[in-house]
Design a protein around this ligand. Structure first.
Ligand code: SAH
Ligand code: SF4
Ligand code: F3S
Length: 442
């Protein structure tokens, strides 16, 4: 039953990467402009929006599991609307299943701005609207969005991807690469700084191929320099960097601006040239190693993190051993590690020699064991150092303590008064684990 004097409530379920986190802020802005209010109680929601991820089979499974749960809720509460967007919505094969599950609205990654019209229409005519743009349109600026008040904010600098790594679904769900105009990005960062945000993360699938179509030879390094010039912002991060596109100019820009965090997330994916070639990554292990040396000598103390895939089709024990060899040589500060997951429609899905699940599991655990050891070792080498953190709030694991992040993006937990939240504080590291540092105010 609709209660006319009570505002309608919405809840957004966000899966996947930072792009989706940012898109959910846009979805929140759009539905709040229609009069909906946020609720954390999913059972109270009149509108549930799924913002989904397709990057691996497991991500899609989680979404379908949740959708089953929500479908049951809708049986008890037929007025409730279910909207379904994000990367899974871009995949035509899912459509039938969404229909069966009683989804009212399907919208894609390219037409988030059309969600309010779809909601209004479905409410008025009790119909269903499945409206997904197959192809990207122009970038739409000034769509309302609502960020949670806080210290850190994401800013899109570009959308889509042209790289077509053979395993990856993202170019199909996010379309071709498009860069936002520098003035729009810089204005957004400035506004965020005026609102009290201290740290900005610039988002793109491949930030190093950012370009401005209006300004001649204006690239990602130029954008970073200009962003660093915005006074109210103290820290700038960016992700993801593709090893084939990192320029010397970018490396020197990071080295020369104090506000640019000394952290580069630059996925290696695999250690053997044969697999890198089959992945269509566009670089060799030798190129990657040379790049690492260049970055480390230009940017002392830089943290380098990676994504790694095990069990890509055709990966032999010897190929896998080369991945282990690379991680031992390079020593990543941290790495996200994944088992290869077949994505229908991508080139690798048709490759012969798929690796058995049991073998993938084994390789993943061998990889993790070594990588965790390296991460813990590097963390141990930080004991006794003083690190500046942006104090974010109470620690989740120990609410009596505070937590913050270092310039290198490490979690640092320490005792201290609540009024430090929002400040940059120097902390002496006294103890470490694989994933966190602990310390005291220096
Ligand atoms: N644009 C970014 C990341 C995109 S997806 C980049 O190029 O680095 C994030 C990570 O998911 C990828 O880096 C990759 O390691 C992993 N990934 C993508 N597709 C995958 C698949 N089919 N199976 C397993 N992992 C995958
Ligand atoms: Fe996917 Fe490769 Fe594009 Fe990253 S660069 S989003 S892994 S296709
Ligand atoms: Fe991100 Fe997942 Fe889409 S990783 S771009 S939400 S497929």
């Amino acid at each position: 039953m609709l209660h006319l004097n009570e505002p309608l409530k919405y809840n957004i379920l966000t899966y996947g990467c930072q792009m989706n986190v940012r898109d959910s802020e846009t979805i929140a802005g759009l539905v709040e402009a229609m009069g909906y209010c946020a609720t954390d109680e999913i059972g109270e929601a009149d509108l549930i929006v799924f913002n989904t991820c397709s990057v691996r089979h497991s991500a899609e499974n989680r979404v379908f599991g949740k959708l089953g749960e929500i479908k049951k809720l809708k049986q008890k509460k037929p007025d409730m609307l279910i909207a379904f967007g994000g990367c899974m919505a871009q995949i035509p094969d899912h459509k039938k299943r969404l229909k069966r599950q009683g989804v009212d609205i399907v919208f894609g990654t390219h037409n988030i701005h059309e969600l309010p019209a779809a909601i209004a229409q479905v409410r008025e005519h009790s119909s269903r609207i499945y409206n997904v743009w197959e192809k990207e349109g122009p970038i739409i600026e000034n769509v309302p969005s609502i960020r949670k008040p806080g210290l850190k904010a994401y800013v899109n600098i570009m959308f889509g991807c042209n790289n077509f790594c053979s395993y990856c679904i993202v170019p199909y769900t996010r379309g071709r690469e498009r860069s936002r105009r520098p003035e729009n990005i810089l204005q957004e960062i400035k506004t965020l700084g005026d609102q009290g945000y201290k740290e900005i993360t610039l988002l793109g699938q491949n930030v190093n191929s950012y370009y401005s179509s209006e300004k001649i030879s204006y690239d990602f390094a130029d954008l970073l320099s200009d962003a660093a010039g915005i006074e109210s912002i103290r820290r700038i991060r960016f992700m993801t960097s593709h090893p084939k596109d990192i320029s010397d100019k970018l490396i020197h820009t990071v080295a020369n601006h104090e506000k640019l965090c000394k952290h580069i997330h630059m996925p290696l994916q695999a250690g053997s040239n044969k697999i890198l070639g089959r992945m269509n990554r566009g670089y060799s292990r030798e190129h990657y190693e040379a790049l690492i040396s260049k970055i480390r000598s230009a940017v002392p103390g830089v943290a380098i993190t990676s994504d790694l895939i095990v069990g890509f089709p055709g990966e032999t024990e010897e190929d896998f051993r080369q991945t282990l060899e690379m991680i031992e040589k390079i020593r990543f500060d941290a790495a996200f590690t994944f088992m290869y997951s077949i994505r229908t429609g991508t080139r690798a899905a048709d490759f012969a020699e798929q690796v058995l699940l049991e073998e993938k599991k084994l390789r993943l655990s061998r990889l993790n064991e070594i990588q965790y050891g390296i991460a813990a070792d590097i963390n141990r080498s930080l004991i006794g150092t003083v690190q500046e953190v942006l104090v974010e709030g109470a620690s989740k694991t120990d609410p009596a303590k505070l937590t913050g992040r270092t310039d290198n993006d490490r979690i640092l937990i320490f005792p201290g008064p609540q009024d430090l939240i929002g400040n940059f504080v120097k902390i002496k590291v006294t103890r470490v684990t694989t994933f966190s540092l602990f310390g005291e105010i220096a």
